[in-house]
Ligand binder design. Structure first.
Ligand code: IFM
Length: 422
């Protein structure tokens, strides 16, 4: 099989239709409405316009499309039998993709936890891992015959950090290192879900992590230690246990990890999803500080509209680190998100960004890393979480007043690249 060219989206960021088809409330509905923030109530209205979006995917020529299922569409209250209307939506989407020869790549959890589960503690509650496994089985009952790659979780580090440690994302808890149980319970849910997916004959199973090389910004030993600590938290904490190791020691209460949990989490995988945006600059904190590191800007690089530095070499470094660190245990990699926020339908900066990152993937492959796919984040401009609609990541511009979709310069560029590589 050749290299997979794809694009990625997620349910709450594009679907809208939040009160349709029997969907229950998610933590993002509650968080945005409660705080008077922009919401995903309508987003890209993909729930109604998915045929148009599938046509855009087909014209783009991607061989795979990564989307996520909204858990509250399947289990409006977070447990119990599958909601038929919820399943029917994804059933139609999957069939529409297959009709165009596009492989469905399905993420089961991209941060839209049913509110009912948050009311019982969310990912801080161990039971949520079991609820996630149950939900995964329901989705697989319906779609295992047609989905090519199953991704259990999207970026558990980001969900734990912004959702439970700093409170910038739903569910809005600011527990700092007290958030670590939310990491373990997500990973436990991942491992339990792998078993449910395997039992239903899933074609291939993966998890997607967000990775960021930690670059010390300072010459002192304390800066090196701070960077190593950040690396352990951001990168190793979510990868070591997948490949048979214990967690790095960064403050997780051992009582949270029950006997047998690490074996469940280390269930063999067919692929590892890697989301990369940029490295992180790290320094030792000055004086008494709540965290053992300070995150500092990386200067001297071009920046996206998000202020994120554009550093394609960081992706090559990261892929090389994964291979070197995990060796034979590492399954084939798919870069499941890579992209940037820029304004405008004519977006030469996005072309430069993607070109640089795709070259970095090629270089990593030449270095010997087994990378099988590259997915651009994102197909459409969409709801960018705490940033609302102000950051545009799409290959396709969306006018959020009219829902008119306009392919950007980068869409044509990616289409041509895919064609040329066939
Ligand atoms: O939009 C997000 C996505 O939901 C997860 N990965 C990073 C993207 C850009 O911030």
């Amino acid at each position: 099989m050749g290299f997979t060219w794809g694009v990625s989206t997620s349910a709450y960021q594009i679907e809208g239709g939040v009160a349709e088809g029997g969907r229950g409330l998610s933590i993002w509905d509650t968080f945005t409405h409660k705080n008077g923030l922009p919401t995903g109530d309508i987003a890209c209205d993909h729930y109604h316009r998915y045929p148009e979006d599938v046509a855009l995917l087909a014209d783009l020529g991607v061989s795979a499309y990564r989307f996520s299922v909204a858990w509250p569409r399947i289990q409006p209250d977070g447990s119990g039998p599958a909601n038929k209307d919820g399943i029917a939506f994804y059933d139609r989407l999957v069939d529409a993709l297959l009709e165009k020869g596009i492989d469905p790549v399905l993420t089961l959890f991209h941060w839209d936890l049913p509110q009912a589960l948050e009311d019982s503690g969310g990912w801080l509650n161990r039971d949520t891992a079991y609820r996630f496994a149950e939900y995964s089985g329901l989705v697989a009952d319906a779609l295992a015959d047609r989905v090519r790659l199953w991704i259990t979780l999207n970026e558990p580090f980001i969900h734990m950090t912004l959702g439970y440690a700093t409170g910038e994302h739903a569910p809005g808890q600011a527990l700092l290192f007290g958030a670590l149980p939310a990491a373990h319970h997500q990973l436990l849910g991942h491992g339990l879900a792998v078993a449910e997916l395997r039992a239903r004959g899933a074609a291939a199973v993966a998890i997607t992590n967000n990775y960021s090389p930690a670059w010390p910004q300072g010459d002192t030993e304390a800066d090196q230690i701070a960077a190593a600590t950040y690396h352990a938290l951001h990168n190793r904490f979510f990868t070591d246990p997948l490949f048979g190791r214990d967690y790095p020691e960064i403050g997780l209460d051992p009582a949270v990890v029950h006997d047998g949990d690490l074996d469940i989490i280390a269930a063999p995988l067919d692929a590892l999803g890697v989301n990369y945006y940029n490295p992180t600059g790290v320094r030792a904190p000055a004086g008494v500080a709540p965290l053992p590191f300070d995150l500092v800007p990386l200067d001297g690089y071009p920046k996206t509209d998000f202020g994120w530095p554009v550093i394609p070499d960081g992706l090559r470094e990261l892929l090389g680190w994964l291979k070197q660190e995990y060796g034979e245990a590492l399954p084939p990699i798919h870069v499941t998100e890579s992209g940037c926020a820029y304004e405008g339908v004519d977006d030469p900066q996005r072309v430069t960004y993607l070109d640089g990152h795709i070259k970095a993937v090629r270089a990593a492959i030449e270095d010997g890393v087994d990378v099988r796919g590259y997915f651009v984040w994102s197909l459409l401009d969409n709801f960018e979480w705490a940033e609302g609609y102000s950051k545009r990541f799409g290959l396709v511009h969306v006018d959020f007043e009219t829902q008119v979709r306009t392919p950007k310069t980068s869409y044509a560029w990616y289409r041509d690249l895919i064609r040329a590589s066939r």
